[in-house]
Design a protein around this ligand. Structure first.
Ligand code: GLN
Length: 202
């Protein structure tokens, strides 16, 4: 049974755990560096990236996670989690000084798609999935590739919303808020953690 972690400090933790358990994974809620020892991939959930990085620092997770991300460890950041993986962070209308793991060649523009009240659902076409996916966007960032190592797997208009840089996957939407595990499955298969097969319909 694949053993997968979900950063469990703040945000949409339970939703990721439920999708991953439905895919047949053993899931560890990661709170300390010791929790990282037994997992083969980690999901960084949505929530509030400033709060998440503060808690990661407090629990001494930041240096180890950064090292693992740079060493090829599979990491999938959704929304705030994607911001944490990005190496440049901007706020839509002004610049911000925000710390992150900084492992992916991506610029995240926080709150690009508007405030909470501007949350929206958009049907996405995703490279690797044969059927469209329901993208749920909540104060979502735009994710801009900063190098040719970054592959765009899905877009809204001209803006990238699902990206992959080898071991690092970033989505500006919330695949964990649907009952559809296909994007989690695609990532785990891509990294050789789950065996390939048909699209996952949970
Ligand atoms: N806007 C939030 C941030 O900047 C992310 C929102 C989310 O994860 N849904 O961290």
């Amino acid at each position: 049974m694949p053993s997968v972690g979900v950063l469990a400090l703040q945000g949409g933790v339970a939703e990721h755990i439920s999708i991953l358990e439905n895919l047949g994974c053993r899931v560890t809620g990661v709170r300390t560096p010791e929790d990282l020892a037994s997992i083969s991939a980690i999901f960084l959930p949505g929530g509030e990236s400033t709060t998440l990085i503060a808690l990661m620092n407090r629990w001494k997770l930041t240096p180890r996670l950064r090292e693992m991300g740079m060493d090829g460890f599979p990491m999938f950041g959704t929304c705030a989690g994607a911001i944490l993986l990005s190496r440049e962070i901007l706020e839509k209308e002004h610049s911000v000084e925000q710390q992150s793991l900084g492992v992916a060649d991506v610029r995240a523009v926080r709150n690009y798609f508007g405030r909470q009240c501007c949350s929206f659902i958009q049907t996405l076409s995703v490279l690797g999935l044969s059927e469209p996916f329901k993208g749920i966007f909540i104060r979502a960032p735009l994710l801009e590739p900063l190098s040719d190592h970054v592959e765009v797997l899905s877009k809204v208009d001209d803006g990238a919303v699902l990206l992959k840089q080898d071991n690092l996957w970033l989505s500006s939407f919330h695949p964990e808020l649907t009952a559809d595990g296909r994007i989690h499955k695609l990532f785990l298969e891509d990294r050789g953690i789950l065996k390939g097969g048909d699209d996952a319909h949970i």
